[in-house]
Design a protein around this ligand. Structure first.
Ligand code: C2E
Ligand code: CA
Ligand code: CA
Ligand code: CA
Length: 278
């Protein structure tokens, strides 16, 4: 069995090499994609759980290489992060999302919020707070309509530096949300020295969520924890009426998911928003 293990290691290494090569090729292609403006934002709405009122949209990045199929973020975000290109790409996302929100307003739509995902590497990059400040000023978006979604990983490494940056962002008046809450392997203690405005329950807790299952117990506990700390709790990845019902029953504040709408390009999202608001 040991020998077999050795053999499978060699194969594993080869796969790793091939994978590393593929990634570095993708890194090159992504660098070019930034120059060629091949990124697009899709938007997914979020509504108030009880009234159904639209509270905002989340901006989700897509890569559209010319003449090729759309590429989803799970495939390219890790490469953007490894190469550091996420700093540049993330700046574009922030700028574009805020700009789009103001375009919708200029079309006479009632104000809604926009949530932008921010990776740890981006948060830690020099000048990030200044970037946010500049984008808000240039787009004239009031800070409270911008929500930055961060995962718990930022509380694992360089936690105290990161908390300092988060405080400065909070001072600007932007909203902060903890994304994928409950999956991050971080201790909960950070919540007591830094308060986000929102917790987003990871969608893994909604799958197979039938009454009495462990996931339902966890989702319920997260809602109680969030409310105990005065936070807004959002469920993501809501796909069925049954999920919406139990979340509503437990007092979850807002929801997002395919049940409402899949992420869509700006124009289609605008149509969706109009239909919903009238
Ligand atoms: P996330 O921030 O947790 O975003 C939610 C993901 O769940 C999105 O996948 C969305 O399309 C998907 N989703 C929403 N509702 C449902 C549902 O009802 N069912 C299911 N099965 N899925 C649902 P997407 O767009 O592929 O994005 C994947 C991840 O990529 C995001 O997860 C986020 O971590 C990352 N990402 C996307 N855009 C950006 C970005 O601009 N910057 C950074 N740093 N990360 C991004
Ligand atoms: Ca998110
Ligand atoms: Ca999430
Ligand atoms: Ca996620």
């Amino acid at each position: 069995a040991k020998n077999q293990g050795c053999g499978s290691y060699a194969i594993h290494d080869q796969n790793m090499d091939a994978e590393a090569e593929q990634r570095s090729e993708m890194g090159q292609a992504l660098r070019q994609a930034l120059l060629n403006d091949e990124f697009v934002l899709y938007y997914q709405p979020k509504v108030h759980m009880v009234t159904g009122a639209v509270t905002g949209v989340e901006a989700l990045l897509r890569w559209q290489p010319e003449g090729k199929p759309l590429v989803m973020p799970d495939r390219f975000i890790p490469v953007l992060e490894e190469t550091g290109l996420i700093v540049q790409a993330g700046a574009w996302v922030l700028q574009e999302a805020c700009r789009q929100l103001m375009v919708w307003r200029s079309h006479g739509m009632p104000p809604i919020g926009v949530a932008v995902n921010v990776s740890a590497r981006q948060l830690q990059s020099p000048g990030f707070v200044e970037l946010v400040e500049r984008v808000l000023k240039e787009t004239r978006l009031e800070p409270r309509w911008l929500e930055l979604e961060l995962t718990e990983t930022i509380f694992v490494d360089n936690a105290s530096d990161n908390v300092r940056v988060l405080r400065r962002l909070a001072d600007l008046g932007v909203s902060l949300a903890i994304d994928d809450f409950g999956t991050g392997h971080s201790s909960l203690s950070y919540l007591s020295n830094f308060s986000p405005r929102t917790l987003k329950i990871d969608r893994s807790f909604l799958s197979e969520a039938e009454d009495g299952s462990d996931n339902v117990v966890i989702a319920r506990a997260i809602i109680a924890l969030g409310h105990g700390m005065g936070l807004n709790v959002v469920a993501e990845g809501v796909e069925t009426e049954a999920q919406a019902d139990f979340l509503r029953g437990y007092g979850c504040d807002q929801m997002q998911g395919f049940l409402l709408s899949r992420p869509q390009p700006a124009e289609r999202m605008e149509q969706w928003l109009r239909a919903r608001i009238q």
